[in-house]
Design a protein around this ligand. Structure first.
Ligand code: ZN
Ligand code: ZN
Length: 198
């Protein structure tokens, strides 16, 4: 049981039985739970370490400093730079696919933004402006009449057996959804836009 918050015990269920720590409150990560508490640099390390071939990213307060529901505004909002650089790497590796060598594992990393934010055009413009191109899929779930959980679960069903994926979101709700918890290759990250000190 989490000693810090009743919310954790009754709603979030993010207590790690292996270490007896609350992943949400104690900035803990567990490979066996496939649940992690990470900032941008930590997320990039995880994707590289696994390595993952699929990355699902929330937009507001995860990839971008924008607040939920509002269009991102260049100059006012910024991208999380560690994660943005990872997406640029994946973009470049993909573009070099036909060319000579290079790219490494990033070549096979496919990225989807999954967001309740409906401003797809503004999100895509923000990504383009920051050197992240059209290899990153932007799925505004409300516009496409699905949910984050529905979209991720659908995509995971289409992945090869044994595929490893990562889903990062600052909001715990979808991360602890039983449908996603049951996806055996999916690691979930309770994302912190600000840098974690531990
Ligand atoms: Zn655990
Ligand atoms: Zn807790």
């Amino acid at each position: 049981m989490c000693p810090y918050s009743d919310e954790c015990n009754f709603s979030y269920r993010c207590f790690c039985p292996h270490s007896k720590k609350c992943i949400r409150c104690e900035d803990w990560s567990c490979d066996t739970c496939r649940l992690h508490r990470l900032d941008g640099a930590g997320l990039v390390d995880l994707v590289r370490r696994l390595p993952a071939t699929r990355l699902f990213l929330d937009f507001d307060q995860t990839l971008c400093s924008s607040k939920s529901g509002f269009p991102p505004v260049p100059g006012k909002h910024r991208l999380q730079e560690d994660v943005a650089e990872l997406l640029r790497c994946a973009q470049r590796a993909g573009e070099n696919e036909q060319g000579e060598g290079g790219g490494g594992w990033e070549r096979s990393l496919r990225v989807s933004i999954v967001s309740r934010n409906p401003h797809k055009k503004e999100i895509m413009e923000m990504l383009q402006r920051r050197g992240i191109g059209d290899r990153v899929e932007v799925c505004c779930v409300k516009v496409e009449r699905t949910t984050k959980v529905g979209k991720i679960a659908d995509d995971m069903r289409g992945e090869e057996r044994g595929a490893v994926a990562v889903y990062a979101d600052d909001d715990v709700r979808e991360l602890i959804d039983p449908t996603l918890t049951a996806c055996s290759g999916l690691h979930r990250v309770i994302f912190s836009f600000r840098e974690l000190t531990s």
